[in-house]
Design a protein around this ligand. Structure first.
Ligand SMILES: [Zn+2]
Length: 415
């Protein structure tokens, strides 16, 4: 079912169009992209159904069904996007990828990437609207918990070791790794050789010598790291560790006096460490070279407008303060559906949170050598003072920054 408020606003906007107009489809596509920006969407999905086409928007990381189209207009919407992105309109049987150049794309979003994919009921199109703004963030602008930000600032001044930034995809770790690179440039300027090996380069950072792997010619991450060592860098950033060989090369590089900054796909800081052990990295190598593991998540922020409205409505209705129980949540949802600021979603924007594991905490090195499991390692890390993502989520709910359902959605555990 389409999301009520967003769907209503979109269908209101559609009223300005006439399907008898010769320019109907181009105008519809313009409107669609404009509304996606207005709703702060990062992606637009046009999904062919058995009958018609479903339009979904990804807002703050979550998909919302906003509109459905039917009739012969459906393939023409996708075809129009293909024209704008310079794709072959007569090929509907192969995946294609293109860009709508910034001169065609209005507003600060700049470039728009369009990909198409053949499906059972026709071509699916996915449009990525590049937000751009978070590409330029510095470490102190990310909004990380103060203690984590402070620790990261000190860690980046290390001369050797591995700093591991982890989280699932979509947790914002790429934004953090680029912010760290900018911090390294700020700290060291030309005084240190900063090199990166990425797959692919997502953001250009002035002051860093960036390279992109080309696996088809044998220039992959593992061989690239070995060759890079002969280029005399001080700090290397490796886009992402995905296989044991790259992990091994990264840790060896750290062992020979380089600071290595890299990302890794893991659900928690302790899981990252146990996965490295599973990949065959020796416990002594981890305890001697790993400086820290940061695991982060993005939570959607409770919309402050409907939160305030809810409080007002509660007061005037003589209701008690919200306690975040399921009953209250349902009532809040009804009240929020009238909120124009968030389109009735109850959330507006996101904030980052993180947990930081110090592998040198008392008992942790020993636990690593004994290869304890993730659960035991987390218990020991907590005893050493690690504030877990769960703790951060609980605190965010208590301070009214987000709702319990959001913490459950992101972490898969209730608070
Ligand atoms: Zn709202």
């Amino acid at each position: 079912m389409p999301h009520d408020s967003l769907a209503e606003e979109f269908s209101d906007a559609m009223r300005s169009l006439r399907d008898s107009d010769a320019e109907y489809v181009p105008l519809l596509v313009d409107l669609l992209l404009q509304k996606a920006r207005d709703f702060r969407a990062s992606d637009v999905h046009l999904v062919p159904q058995q009958v018609g086409l479903k339009m979904q928007l990804r807002i703050d990381g979550v998909l919302h069904h906003v509109a459905s189209f039917d009739g012969d207009v459906c393939p023409r919407i996708v075809a129009r996007l293909k024209v704008l992105a310079g794709l072959l309109t007569y090929r509907t049987d192969v995946p294609q990828e293109g860009r709508i150049s910034s001169s065609d794309a209005e507003g600060p979003c700049g470039e728009i990437r369009v990909t198409t994919f053949p499906t059972l009921f026709g071509e699916k199109a996915a449009v990525r609207l590049f937000a751009g703004s978070d590409h330029y963030q510095r470490l102190n602008q990310l909004g990380l918990p103060e203690d984590v930000e402070g620790a990261m600032g000190s860690l980046l001044q290390s001369t050797s070791g591995v700093i591991l930034l982890t989280g699932p995809s979509g947790s914002g770790k790429t934004t953090t790794v680029y912010a760290c690179l900018r911090e390294l440039v700020r700290l060291h300027g030309d005084g240190k050789g900063l090199m990166s090996l990425e797959d692919p380069i997502e953001v250009v950072v002035s002051g860093v010598t960036q390279s992109q792997v080309r696996p088809h010619v044998g220039f992959d991450l593992a061989t690239g790291i070995k060759s890079m060592m002969r280029q005399d860098p001080d700090v290397i950033m490796i886009g992402e560790i995905r296989d044991p060989e790259t992990a091994e090369c990264a840790f060896q590089a750290a062992l020979t006096g380089h600071l290595v900054l890299t990302t890794f796909h893991a659900g928690s800081a302790v899981e990252a460490v146990t996965r490295l052990l599973d990949m065959g990295i020796e416990p002594y190598l981890i305890s001697s070279t790993l400086r820290a593991v940061v695991c982060q998540r993005l939570f959607r922020k409770a919309c402050s407008v409907c939160l305030a409205q809810t409080a007002t409505d509660r007061n005037s209705a003589g209701l008690s303060e919200p306690t975040n129980s399921a009953d209250n949540s349902a009532a809040d949802e009804t009240l929020a559906s009238r909120c124009r600021a968030c389109g009735g979603i109850r959330y507006h924007g996101r904030f980052v949170t993180a947990e930081l594991l110090d592998p040198h905490g008392p008992g942790i090195s020993q636990a690593l050598l004994e290869r304890v499991d993730a659960r035991q390692l987390e218990t020991i890390a907590k005893e050493c003072g690690m504030v877990t993502l769960q703790d951060r989520g609980r605190k965010a709910v208590r301070s009214g920054l987000t709702y319990p359902e959001e913490v459950f959605r992101v972490l898969g555990r209730s608070v």
